[in-house]
Ligand binder design. Structure first.
Ligand code: ADP
Ligand code: MG
Length: 343
């Protein structure tokens, strides 16, 4: 195994706008990278280039020192030692779980002894060791997906690629499968690239998140870092909840905006020589209190453990906040803000 490297990779299908442009990133060995972005931003294209189903128009892809593809040549998928898990994880209904899992080895003509040992290990990793002789029809949806994961492990791939594997599942099964994927990653030690448009899924699963938009990489960082220090409006708006305020800030203001600077920035008109700054405020940093900025509660969404509020400041800007108590809509209130981040 080795780290996966994409160096300035582009893909142009000749449609007038490149599907992927100048994308550089590294996935360390044993890392779990989520490729996150809205539909159509180029995620699947990146995954297909890593797998070898598409060749890059420009740039290069390496596994460690080994060149997998550039604009001149591209190794075919079967010579890359990767496994791709598709959304529809078709299992053979007439085969047992063990036979399904062993199928890729049978096709490759791997010896019977190794065969049996690998199937055992793979089923162990997905915690299905006791299900080897069952048929897919006797399994739950979650168990079937675990069989599909075990099947991709038996060939001992360097990299496991997953393209929105949970997109069609109901919420309950998704949660179960998120746990399965985390467990699978921990126990297999595989390097994983996981495509999703769901930011909460990306945050729950991955060790690193690469945020894409319109074929470009906007930021790559661990989930906690991307949540606390997003780069730019797009990432700020895509990851987590919050509101973006427009503030007048002095030259050289720090990225982390304190309460004092925030108040002053809201009071002031835009400086003539500079545009207003975009500042992200997370709901957990907005506190309803007897003092602070005057605001009105405009909407409230009950979420069980709390209410999620939309507030309107005097100048018409919006904030989000949480409350333990049922709020009065359109009531005046006051808020203090304990954390804000210049985008
Ligand atoms: P995502 O997976 O993020 O939804 P895709 O990688 O599937 O995005 O697509 C990115 C862009 O490239 C889209 O505009 C899509 O229409 C285009 N695209 C993808 N595959 C092809 C193809 N084979 N031929 C032409 N255009 C394509
Ligand atoms: Mg896709």
């Amino acid at each position: 195994m080795a780290k996966l490297i994409l160096n300035n990779v582009s893909k142009d299908f000749g449609t007038g706008r490149p599907a992927v442009s100048g994308l550089s990133l590294e996935v360390r060995e044993g890392g779990f990278l989520a490729l996150l972005g809205p539909s159509g931003c180029g995620k699947t294209t990146v995954l297909r280039m890593i797998a070898g189903f598409e060749a890059p128009s420009d740039g290069a892809i390496y596994l460690g020192e080994r060149l997998l593809a550039d604009s001149e040549k591209s190794l075919p998928p079967e010579r890359r030692n990767m496994a791709m898990v598709f959304q529809s994880y078709a299992l053979w209904p007439h085969m047992t779980v063990a036979e399904n899992v062993g199928y890729p080895l049978k096709v490759r003509g791997v010896s019977k002894d190794i065969h049996r040992a690998r199937i055992g290990e793979a089923l162990d990793t997905v915690r299905l060791a006791d299900y080897a002789d069952r048929r897919p029809a006797d399994l739950s949806g979650g168990q079937r997906q675990r069989v599909a994961l075990a099947r991709c492990l038996v060939t001992q791939p360097d990299v496991v690629l997953l393209d929105e594997p949970l997109a069609n599942l109901d919420r309950h099964l998704r949660q179960e499968m998120e746990e399965t994927f985390r467990d699978f990653h921990r126990r297999s030690g595989a390097t994983m690239v996981y495509v999703t448009h769901d930011q909460s899924e990306a945050m729950a699963l991955a060790t690193d998140i690469a945020v894409m938009s319109h074929g470009k990489l906007l930021q790559v960082a661990p989930p906690e870092e991307i949540y606390a220090r997003p780069e730019g409006r797009l990432v700020g708006g895509l990851i987590g909840r919050g509101a973006i305020l427009s503030l007048a800030l002095p030259d050289g203001a720090p990225r982390k905006i304190d309460w004092q600077a925030l108040r002053e920035g809201l009071d002031k008109p835009s400086p003539a020589d500079r545009p207003m700054a975009d500042v992200l405020v997370r709901p957990e940093d907005v506190h309803l209190s007897g003092e602070g900025l005057a605001a009105r509660i405009r909407a409230s969404l009950y979420e069980g453990e709390r209410y999620s509020l939309t507030l309107e400041l005097d100048d018409g800007q919006t904030l989000r906040a949480f409350s333990r108590h049922r709020p009065q809509i359109d009531e005046p209130t006051r808020v203090t803000i304990t954390g804000a981040w210049r985008l």
